[in-house]
Design a protein around this ligand. Structure first.
Ligand SMILES: *Cc1c(COP(=O)(O)O)cnc(C)c1O
Length: 390
């Protein structure tokens, strides 16, 4: 490709946004003399607790530590089974393994791309202690069905809501309802502290336990008292990160409106481009058109690979050549070498296997321009047309 063809700016699949006020606030923390967990963390946790309707909230160094500590708070360990989805960031099942428990993978619903709750019951055994659903791209599962299952089978629920900050269920914020709810503030997430995470808990006893797990199992008393009665790690969130979170939380409603508006435009632009390109027989799968519950963390399509004479990698390469970044979220966890060695079979969750091979994340972040959507839609459909078997 000649240089002149490539003059449009590159659109990454996502990009965090930190405004000048946030940058100034970080500088202030750095100058204050107190940079690790302190007053800004306390303020951020209080604001988050208010956001989640008064439930206790504790922050951690990242979403992975948050989920691991959620499992520890629930007392899940060796001999226990945790039901989860194979289509997630591998952190979800890695933390189950890291506390010594066993992940049990249930196949996904091809429409929502989340765990198929109708298939959960047949995976429950006497060892099952918890369900760990993931809200892929910010779309929650059916929360009524999830908690009815948990109640009937006396299971804990550890919600991997890493991607679902700002998502809702029947008008209630994800995190303001439910059992243990874990969020990530990693750079790509809708609310970012660069790295970080938070856990919404049920009561102060759980919050105190979570505090111990995040700092060496330590409890302080009086002026000089110190004791350690459980094994904890070093998973605290710093004030530098917390102050970023405080500012991002204020921007969240604006971010959310922009993401939703862009998602709406995607549906129109892709459908129009498919029709004008004569591709109506191509089974390109779009996300669930949900503008009330989803926080539109990502906009993902599933490529009709059986109708194309190419693969996903080539589609991604051609989009990249046109200045469009994409991502893969995610291949099925059961296909990874570690999980294969542990005896998991990718064939046992065939829908996850198919979608894991063909899902593609298109750019979506609040800083995108309206024109970007049309450009991406026509680039994608042009590539599909070129590689269509029909
Ligand atoms: C981001 C993410 C995590 C992990 O969060 P980190 O902050 O990166 O540790 C876990 N699960 C899902 C689904 C995620 O998207």
């Amino acid at each position: 490709m000649s240089k002149s063809e490539n003059t449009l700016p590159f659109i990454p699949f996502t990009r965090p946004h930190f405004d000048q006020e946030t940058i100034d606030a970080v500088a202030e923390v750095l100058r204050s003399g107190w940079v690790t967990s302190g007053p800004k963390l306390a303020e951020f946790e209080a604001d988050l607790s208010e956001y989640f309707g008064g439930r206790p909230v504790r922050c951690f160094a990242n979403g992975t530590a948050t989920m691991k500590i959620a499992l520890q708070v629930a007392g899940i360990g060796p001999g226990d089974e945790v039901i989860t989805t194979p289509i997630s960031w591998v952190a979800t099942s890695n933390v189950i393994l890291s506390v010594g428990a066993t992940p049990v993978f249930v196949d996904i619903d091809p429409v929502t791309r989340n765990i198929d709750l109708n298939k959960v019951v047949s995976a429950i055994t006497p060892k099952t202690r918890a369900i760990m659903p993931v809200y892929l791209a910010g779309l929650p599962v059916n929360m009524d069905q999830l908690y009815a299952l948990a109640k009937e089978y006396q299971l804990r629920v550890i919600e991997d809501a890493a991607q679902a900050f700002g998502s809702q269920w029947k008008g209630q914020k994800i995190g303001s309802i439910g059992d243990l709810v874990s969020f990530s503030f990693q750079a790509n997430k809708n609310l970012s502290t660069v790295e970080g995470g938070c856990l919404v808990l049920n009561n102060i006893d759980e919050a105190k336990l979570a505090e111990k797990f995040r700092l060496q199992g330590l409890t302080r008393s009086g002026m000089d008292g110190m004791d350690v009665d459980v094994l904890g790690g070093k998973d605290n969130l710093t004030d530098v990160n917390a102050v970023i979170g405080l500012h991002q939380l204020k921007r969240l409603p604006a971010f959310q409106m922009r993401r939703t508006a862009l998602a709406r435009q995607y549906f129109d632009a892709i459908r129009t481009a498919m029709t004008t390109t004569g591709l109506n027989d191509l089974r390109l799968e779009l996300p669930v058109e949900n503008f009330t519950d989803s926080n539109w963390h990502m906009f993902q399509v599933v490529l009709p690979l059986d109708q194309l004479n190419t693969d996903r990698a080539q589609v991604m390469t051609e989009l990249k050549d046109l200045g469009i970044g994409t991502g893969v979220h995610y291949p099925s966890i059961t296909g990874f070498t570690l999980y294969q060695k542990l005896g998991y079979k990718a064939d046992d969750t065939p829908i996850a296997q198919r979608i894991g091979r063909s899902i593609l994340t298109l750019p979506l972040f609040p800083g995108m321009a309206d024109e970007d959507i049309g450009r991406i839609a026509s680039a994608l459909t042009g590539i599909l047309k070129k590689h269509s078997k029909n």
